[in-house]
Structures are given as structure tokens and as C-alpha cells.
Design a binder for this molecule. Structure first.
Ligand code: ATP
Length: 257
């Protein structure tokens, strides 16, 4: 099996007045086409882990390999290019540019790469149809719903066919209907395009769409569980691990299935 992401013996220590070890010996791999969820209580190290994988921050020791390549070894400009070409990002607050139309937002990664305008237009058309936003492409972000914004952000994140799609709380700002809609969109992309995905979430409902959920606690791997064919049963299993994990009750949203 082709491994798109390998996290090898990662340690992250934040230096400061008092040094703080945020991650300890974290190792796992993600195969091509897998959809992985990362969960854990507040402060357990999820964002730290995502920042190391997305190459925004460097591990203190250990390695991150994306398609066999260690991006942390790259020089600054090559690293920026690597991030633009190989990775896609979806954020909790959408990160769309309010001054642009949805269409302009979606095409941005290709505009930056100087791709032929005709090809860009074709790609935007195909993707926006697939994501059900083709009728609202000329609108600006303040004219559309949260779910539509997130679908636009997903379109932008996948238009350059990244090796790895990273999502940070993609349903964090959405109501339950829009969350379902966004998760079904991510699932469709994962299944149709074999896009490898890694999503950090507090939301057990969102996590129940993943093939596998990895739990971290106090910076260490705590457990991982695989989904069978039954999403409802998987949701319940996720809730069970979360209750064993402890943490603040408010860390995790309520039952929605
Ligand atoms: N730049 C930093 N300097 C020092 N400590 C940090 C820094 N960033 C995070 N930490 C600490 O590392 C630990 C892990 O933080 P992280 O943000 O990765 O947790 P998290 O699981 O994403 O939490 P949340 O769910 O609340 O976003 C926390 O104790 C946090 O205070």
C-alpha cells in the first residue's frame, strides 16, 4: 500500500520560560485514499500535530514524510511551493477572501500557479458542479450560507488535486444540517477522487465519516478505532472513547445522529 503520510517518532517541545512537551513519540501512517480523524481533549496537541504535518511548524525531533518526501528539509521557497502544490487546507472559519467572488476564491490556487485561464475555467466548472455551488459562483462570501462557504473552501482546497487534504475543525462554525452537508461533500471527494484526508475535529458526528479515528491525550497516542460499515455504531464507539478520555464535557459537541 502506498503511504501518503508518515509521522515518525515525533516530539515537539515548545521552548519558553518553561519548556513544554506538546507531543511525545507520536507515530502513525496514512495510506492513499484514507480519511483519518484526529480527536482529543482541548490542549492534547491536535493543532500542534496538524501544524507539523502542514509544515507550518517544525518537530523538535522525528520526521514527517509526505509521499516519501520530508518537507521540513526543503528551503523556504521550495517549502512554500510544496505546500501550494501537494497540500490542500480547509479551516474552521473558511478563510475565504471577502472581496472576491466564490469563483475567484476557488480558482486562486491555480491563478497563483499561472495555469492557462481556459483550463482554470473548465476545472472550476467541473468542481463547482460536483459540489453543488455552480449556481452561486458569482456571489460574494457574505451573500451565501456557512455550508456554501465551506463547500467553496473545499473546492479551493482540492482544485489543484493535492496529495493530502488537511482539515482543521471544518464543521466548527456550522449548524448540524450544514455540518452533515459538508461531511457528505468531503466523503464524496474522498471516495470519488481517492483524495487522502486528515481532519482534526471535536465533533464526533463529523469524525464518524472517517475510516479511522486516532485519539491523542496529553501529547501521546491514546487509541485508534476503525469504522466498519455501520456509521451509527462507529459514532457510538467514538463517543465511548471520548468518555474514557475524559476532558471537559464541553470539549465535545452533543449527539446528533
Ligand atoms: N506556541 C506555543 N508555545 C507554548 N506552548 C504551546 C504553544 N502552542 C501550544 N502550546 C501548548 O501545547 C499544548 C497543546 O496545544 P494544541 O493547541 O496543540 O492543543 P489542541 O489539542 O489543538 O487543543 P484545542 O482542541 O483546544 O485546540 C497546550 O498545552 C498548549 O498550551
Amino acid at each position: 500500500m502506498e503511504e501518503v503520510l508518515q509521522v515518525k517518532e515525533i516530539n515537539k517541545i515548545y521552548q519558553g520560560k518553561v519548556a513544554f512537551q506538546a507531543l511525545t513519540n507520536v507515530s502513525f501512517s496514512v495510506e492513499k485514499g484514507e480519511f483519518i480523524g484526529i480527536m482529543g481533549p482541548s490542549g492534547s496537541g491536535k493543532t500542534t500535530l496538524l501544524n507539523l504535518i502542514s509544515t507550518i511548524d517544525k518537530p523538535t525531533s522525528g520526521k514527517v514524510l509526505i509521499n516519501g518526501q520530508d518537507p521540513h528539509q526543503l528551503k523556504k521557497e521550495r517549502l512554500a511551493e510544496f505546500r501550494r502544490k501537494e497540500l490542500g487546507f480547509v479551516f474552521q472559519d473558511f478563510n475565504l477572501l471577502d472581496t472576491l467572488t466564490l469563483e475567484e476564491n476557488i480558482m486562486l490556487p491555480l491563478t497563483l500557479e499561472n495555469v492557462d485561464p481556459e483550463l482554470i475555467e473548465e476545472k472550476v466548472k467541473t468542481i463547482s458542479k460536483k459540489l453543488g455551488i455552480d449556481a452561486i459562483l458569482t456571489k460574494r462570501t457574505y451573500e451565501v450560507s456557512g455550508g456554501q462557504k465551506q463547500r467553496t473552501a473545499i473546492a479551493r482546497a482540492i482544485i489543484h488535486q493535492p496529495k493530502l487534504l488537511l482539515a482543521d475543525e471544518p464543521t466548527g462554525n456550522l449548524d448540524s444540517k450544514a455540518s452533515k452537508d459538508v461531511m457528505q461533500t468531503l466523503q464524496m471527494i474522498n471516495e470519488n477522487d481517492q483524495t487522502t484526508m486528515l481532519m482534526v475535529t471535536h465533533d464526533p458526528y463529523a469524525a464518524s465519516y472517517c475510516h479511522r479515528v486516532i485519539f491523542i491525550k496529553d501529547g501521546k497516542l491514546y487509541n485508534e478505532i476503525y469504522r466498519g460499515t455501520d456509521q451509527k455504531a462507529f459514532f457510538q464507539q467514538i463517543m465511548d472513547v471520548l468518555s474514557m478520555l475524559g476532558g471537559d464535557r464541553d470539549d465535545f459537541s452533543t449527539v446528533r445522529l
